[in-house]
Write a protein that binds this ligand. Structure first.
Ligand code: NZQ
Ligand code: ZN
Length: 391
């Protein structure tokens, strides 16, 4: 049964190979000062920087650049961005990049006029925003996180060895996002497949929870099938527009607040992955791929009906003469093979995790109630050790 909910998503999307023209329609809605946020420079190599600045100039904006947003943006960078946004009196924050740049833009948007320490207020204490919010727009260059159409913002505090996400409300979601699949063609393979798995993980985090008959689970099975098909095509030909455009669209729908409506969700893989990320600074999707199979094997007995359904509906496992457990296990085996074929990291050691970190990673993992079994700290250590034994 679907639970009660309110659904509202204010982000306007411009999708397709001419999507950037949407920027011309959006910019006049905001004041003159645009904080132009981007990462380590990929947008200068692939030409997106020039395309965006041309339009900003045409629209007579003052461009204030905030470059160097690193993957897994840090709290120190956030403080720096707040200072800059306040100083230039930013009317709009334009994020041009992947999830890290979009997440950072949202964090600056709520923190620039916050009179408390934003790390403590939003990330440690999960408080709501009660100050001025600077509007954010995104030009997405890498798919995976769904940050382009949600309120999520993940910030890393390296000194405290914590990586924490805050899901902000509608008023913090991007006002608009520009989604041009061609922009994703230049993403290096390692980052590309990391993003692919992030999408899969977002869907599974919402799928493997509860056992009701609800439309969301059918939507998610469809998204997963399309994702598996399109990612296989994209591996063979990274500039296959059809595949990359489908993947971009799946990524947005995987985490734009729709499929979670009316049902419970898990998110424990992300909790473990984020803690692994806090210790290793590894690519987000790889932190998820390295713990997913051990985690799902561990919780499978507690949600056997859903794992059986997953095996049949997503991985086409034949059921004849098999027990539920055999069917469910075969589904996870097929998923594992697909992940290996994609080239994903399956062992946390390959991300730099060592035995002496396990205790701390488990300590930094938030333990949630939405999955089929609430983990203990010892369970997290067990899952990490299982990952470390994968060949
Ligand atoms: O820094 P630049 O030069 O832009 O290079 C980036 C970066 O090195 C590169 N890249 C991006 N687009 C490119 C490109 N290189 C060439 N051509 C392009 N078109 O890719 C690298 C990784 O970028 P990043 O933004 O870090 O990746 P991703 O999109 O995976 O974002 C990861 C961050 O998002 C958070 C993660 O925790 C992590 O901090 N997440 C945000 C979520 C949300 N808002 O809802 C949910 C997710 O679960 C996730 O936690
Ligand atoms: Zn994710």
């Amino acid at each position: 049964m679907l639970g009660n909910f309110i659904y509202s998503n204010p982000t306007k999307l411009y999708f397709g190979d001419n999507a950037l023209s949407g920027l011309r329609e959006e910019l006049p809605k905001y004041g003159k000062n645009v904080l132009f946020v981007y990462g380590g420079g990929s947008i200068k190599k692939n030409g997106i920087y020039d395309e965006v600045t041309t339009i900003l100039k045409e629209c007579d904006k003052n461009i204030i650049e905030d470059a160097g947003v690193m993957p897994n943006p840090t709290v120190e960078k956030l403080y720096e961005g707040c200072e800059r946004a306040r100083k230039c009196k930013a009317d709009l924050i334009l994020a041009v990049g992947g999830g890290s740049v979009c997440d950072y833009a949202k964090a600056v948007s709520v923190s620039a006029y916050c009179d408390q320490d934003p790390w403590e207020k939003y990330f440690l204490h999960m408080e709501d925003v009660d100050n001025k919010i600077i509007p954010v727009g995104c030009v997405l260059t890498m798919v995976g996180t769904g940050s382009e159409m949600n309120g999520g913002s993940v910030i890393t505090n390296r000194a405290q060895k914590l990586k924490i996400g805050h899901i902000f409300k509608d008023n913090v979601m991007p006002k608009f996002s520009i989604l041009n699949p061609v922009y994703t063609f230049s993403v290096p393979k390692y980052q590309m497949i990391s993003g692919f798995f992030d999408i899969m993980s977002h869907i599974l985090e919402q799928y493997f929870s509860g056992d009701d008959d609800n439309t969301s689970d059918y939507i998610m099975e469809g998204l997963l099938k399309s994702l598996i098909y399109s990612t296989k095509k994209a591996i063979d030909d990274p500039i296959d527009y059809e595949a990359r455009s489908n993947i971009m669209w799946i990524a947005t729908w995987a985490l734009n607040t729709l499929v979670e409506k009316g049902k419970t969700t898990d998110w424990e893989v992300h909790m473990i992955g984020q803690s692994v990320g806090a210790y290793t600074d590894a690519a987000h999707g790889m932190t998820l791929s390295s713990v997913s199979i051990p985690y799902y094997r561990f919780i499978m007995p507690y949600g056997i009906h859903k794992f059986k359904r997953y095996a049949i509906n997503v991985w086409n496992v034949k059921t004849d003469g098999k027990t539920d457990r055999e069917i469910a296990s075969e589904g996870l085996e097929r998923m594992k093979q697909y992940m290996k074929d994609l080239g994903l990291i399956m062992n946390v050691k390959d991300l730099g995790v060592t035995e002496d970190m396990l205790e701390g990673i488990a300590e930094g993992t938030f333990l949630l109630d939405g999955g089929y079994k609430r983990l203990t700290k010892q369970d997290v250590i067990h899952i990490l050790k299982e990952s470390m034994s994968v060949q």
